[in-house]
Design a protein around this ligand. Structure first.
Ligand code: AMP
Length: 399
């Protein structure tokens, strides 16, 4: 990889700006209770290493979509409290992420101090990658570390713009781990290489499907996107979700897939998408007046077999409406099969829904890598350069 990692940096007595991904889910009512601290925990190895190396840490993240204005329900204050518990040391919450008050807080820091800036997206300059905003952030520290893989597909001030201000810049440990496994899936996959793609729509996943058709030995399709492919083949899909405007594209992908692409052969169908609706298992076409909401048992068994035989598996997106128990079986069977295959295969799971499914299935310990970045991992696997990774490369002229 053409960049340094945090282990390469001399941090003794330095102030390190660490871009983390603390975009945690908060309860909707108060915005004060963190419902999953996975992302905070994922940043701990980098934070601990930086502290061990003698740095003072200025941590920064976005949270939610406040659209360039302060919003009390998207404050990072609950994160500061949780991080303080996890580190067993004080974490100071800054009132903002830029401005004179924040600057003096940063200037007063001593080695071992941890300051968490307020939500970067309270300022429009963050998402606009505004050079002045980037310069203000950069003025807070001596070195720059990016550990926010989940935001690396965005060219924002904190992920891209500010990096050029630092001669010393590096990837954090989480960023390094994400790139290590995803690079393997892109460049040196073990074979047979199996991709499993599900979720609601083809539209968000066209590029990654194209990429998998080139890289993988087989691509298993599940979720609502399967119905656009099935309809393109002239198979009846009843009232299942379909992207009419993507039918031609689906037909073209199938044409070029040369048999690599596997579609569900049976379905859990229901009258409507609700937990109380009558259901039936249907093979082949979904009858009129019914919706396909999960892969059926024959498909699930075939997918399990393909998973058992794979040397490398990349999974993104649920096989059905797994949030509702009557339509969760297919996704949970895939989650368990991927866990079991991890004894012999390299397994990578990406995207929030697949991660949730892994948790619901009570598995995950053996999975090689559960990515913290859904969008970033899809972009990376599509072969795109992530701006947050590119910014860690050769020093630019701004430095
Ligand atoms: P995505 O964000 O594209 O990965 O889509 C995830 C969503 O797709 C989940 O909320 C699932 O409930 C939904 N989904 C999966 N399969 C189906 C289906 N057969 N019909 C409708 N929605 C589905």
């Amino acid at each position: 990889m053409a960049f340094q990692t945090i282990g390469d940096l001399d941090l003794a007595g330095k102030r390190a700006f660490v871009r983390v991904d603390f975009n945690v889910p908060l309860d909707k009512e108060t915005g004060k209770i963190i419902t999953s601290d996975t992302r905070i925990r994922a940043a701990l190895p980098t934070i601990r290493l930086a502290l061990e190396k003698g740095a003072a840490l200025v941590l920064a993240s976005h949270l939610g979509r406040p659209k360039g204005k302060p919003a009390a329900k998207m404050s990072l204050a609950p994160v500061a409290a949780r991080l303080s518990e996890l580190l067993a040391k004080p974490v100071k919450q800054a009132p903002d992420c830029v401005g004179p008050e924040v600057r003096s807080l940063a200037d007063a820091m001593r080695p071992g101090d941890v300051l968490l800036l307020e939500n970067l997206r309270f300022h429009a300059g963050e998402e606009a990658n505004d050079p002045q905003f980037a310069a203000q952030l950069a003025a807070l520290a001596d070195v720059y570390v990016n550990d926010a893989f989940g935001a690396a597909h965005r060219a924002h001030a904190s992920t891209a713009g500010m990096a050029g201000h630092f001669a010393a810049r590096a990837a954090g440990l989480l960023m390094r781990k994400e790139l290590k496994y995803l690079s393997m899936a892109l460049r040196e996959p073990r074979r047979p290489y199996l991709a499993i793609v599900g979720g609601a729509k083809i539209s968000g996943k066209i590029d990654v499907l194209e990429s998998f058709l080139k890289l993988a030995d087989r691509v298993l399709i599940g979720g609502a996107m399967a119905y656009t492919f099935l309809k393109a083949q002239g198979i009846g899909i009843g009232s299942s979700l379909v992207e009419e405007e993507k039918l031609a594209l689906a037909a073209d992908l199938l044409d070029r897939a040369g048999g690599k692409l596997a579609l569900p052969s049976d379905h859990v169908a229901a009258r409507e998408c609700s937990a109380g609706s009558p259901t039936q298992i249907v093979a082949g076409a979904v009858p009129d007046g019914w919706l396909g909401l999960d892969i059926g048992p024959t498909t699930a068994a075939a997918y399990e077999e393909a998973i058992r035989q794979a040397g490398m598996i990349v999974w993104n997106g649920p096989m059905g409406v797994f949030e509702l128990p009557p339509f969760a079986a297919g996704t949970l069977r895939v989650a368990r099969a991927v866990e079991a295959a991890s004894d012999h295969a390299v397994t990578i799971v990406g995207g929030g829904d697949s991660e949730k499914a892994v948790q619901t299935a009570g598995v995950g310990k053996k999975i090689t890598h559960i990515s913290t970045g859904g969008g970033a991992s899809l972009d990376f696997l599509s072969g795109r350069t992530l701006p947050g990774v590119a910014a860690l490369g050769e020093p630019s002229t701004i430095a």
